[in-house]
Design a protein around this ligand. Structure first.
Ligand code: SF4
Length: 282
C-alpha cells in the first residue's frame, strides 16, 4: 500500500514565524504567555507547554513577563491592554493578517460598511472586528449574506482561511445590493495552494487523511473539499487516531496536513498508516 503525501505540506510561513517567536521568548528566562493557542494545533501547544509557555485567555491573567500575540492577531484594544499592564509584547501576527487588519481599518475610516467573510467567533475575525468600527457585518454562508440590507457604500474583506469561491460569491452578491463597492481580497494564497493540493490528491485516492487541529479553520476546509469530491475524508490530530478499517485493503491513501500541522506529525501518521496496512500475521 502506498501513502501519497500532498505536494503542499508542513507549516505555512505565518505559523512557522509564530512558533519560532514563542520558542525564542521561552529562552529569555522570563514567564511566557501565549494569548490563546499560538496556532490551532494541540500538539504544538503541548510542546510549547513543555518549555514553560502558558496559554492565557486574557492579558489580565499575566502578572509579569512576556505575552505573545498569536498568528491570528488581536483587536487594537487587547494590544493596548497588554502594554498598559507593563507586559512585554511579542507580536506574532502573520503579515497577511496584518494586511487584512490594515485594509479593514482603511474601509472603516473611509466610511464603508465593512462586510467580513468569516466565522464570527474565530480569533482572526474577532481581531478584524476591532479594526472595523461599529458599522460592520460578519457573514459566512450564502444564507447569511443574502439577508444583508441594501447599502450605500460596502467594503468587503475576508478571514484568511475562507475558500476563494465563497469570497467571489459574496463579492458578486454585494455588488447587487451596494451603490459603491470596494474589495480587498485578503484570502490567504498559502491556504489556497493547500486547497488545490488537497483537490489534486483527492483525484488520485479514495481515502484521504487530513491532519490538524479540530479548531483549525484551514484544516477543516481541506476535509470539506475532499468530502465535496466524494472521498472518504478523515480528520485527525495525532497518529494514534488512525483506524485500521480506513486503510486496510486500500492500494493508496492520501495524506495532507493543515497549515499549522508540523511535518513530523504527518510523518508519524504516515508510519502508522503503513503499519496498519500490513497484513496481520497469525
Ligand atoms: S494560513 Fe496564511 S494567513 Fe494564516 S498564518 Fe498561515 S500564511 Fe498567515
Amino acid at each position: 500500500m502506498e501513502v501519497l503525501l500532498a505536494r503542499e505540506n508542513g507549516f505555512c510561513f505565518g505559523v512557522k514565524k509564530a512558533v519560532e517567536l514563542t520558542e525564542a521568548a521561552a529562552e529569555r528566562g522570563r514567564p511566557v504567555h501565549n494569548l490563546g493557542q499560538v496556532v490551532h494545533n494541540p500538539e504544538i501547544s503541548r510542546r510549547l507547554a513543555e518549555r514553560g509557555v502558558r496559554v492565557i485567555g486574557d492579558p489580565s491573567e499575566a502578572v509579569e513577563g512576556i505575552v505573545v500575540i498569536r498568528a491570528h492577531g488581536v483587536p487594537p484594544a487587547v494590544r493596548a491592554r497588554i502594554e498598559e499592564r507593563g507586559l512585554d509584547c511579542v507580536d506574532a501576527t502573520c503579515s497577511l493578517v496584518l494586511r487584512a487588519q490594515r485594509f479593514t481599518k482603511r474601509l472603516a475610516d473611509e466610511g464603508y460598511h465593512v462586510v467580513i467573510l468569516g466565522t464570527r467567533e474565530h480569533p482572526e475575525v474577532v481581531g478584524l472586528l476591532g479594526f472595523a468600527g461599529g458599522d460592520v457585518s460578519v457573514v459566512e454562508t450564502e444564507q447569511e449574506w443574502t439577508r444583508l440590507p441594501k447599502m450605500k457604500r460596502a467594503g468587503v474583506v475576508s478571514q484568511s482561511t475562507q475558500p476563494p469561491w465563497a469570497f467571489t460569491a459574496l463579492v458578486s452578491h454585494v455588488a447587487t445590493i451596494a451603490q459603491e463597492l470596494k474589495v480587498y481580497n485578503t484570502v490567504c494564497p498559502v491556504t489556497v495552494k493547500r486547497q488545490h493540493a488537497a483537490s489534486e490528491l483527492a483525484e488520485r485516492v479514495r481515502t484521504l487523511i487530513v491532519v490538524g487541529g479540530r479548531n483549525s479553520a484551514n484544516t477543516r476546509e481541506l476535509v470539506n473539499l475532499a468530502l465535496m469530491q466524494g472521498r472518504d475524508a478523515h480528520h485527525i490530530e495525532t497518529a494514534d487516531e488512525v483506524r485500521p478499517e480506513w486503510v486496510r485493503g486500500r492500494d493508496r491513501v492520501g495524506l495532507i496536513g493543515g497549515c499549522s500541522t508540523p511535518m513530523d506529525t504527518l510523518l508519524e501518521v504516515k508510519e502508522r498508516v503503513e503499519a496498519l496496512a500490513q497484513p496481520v500475521s497469525v
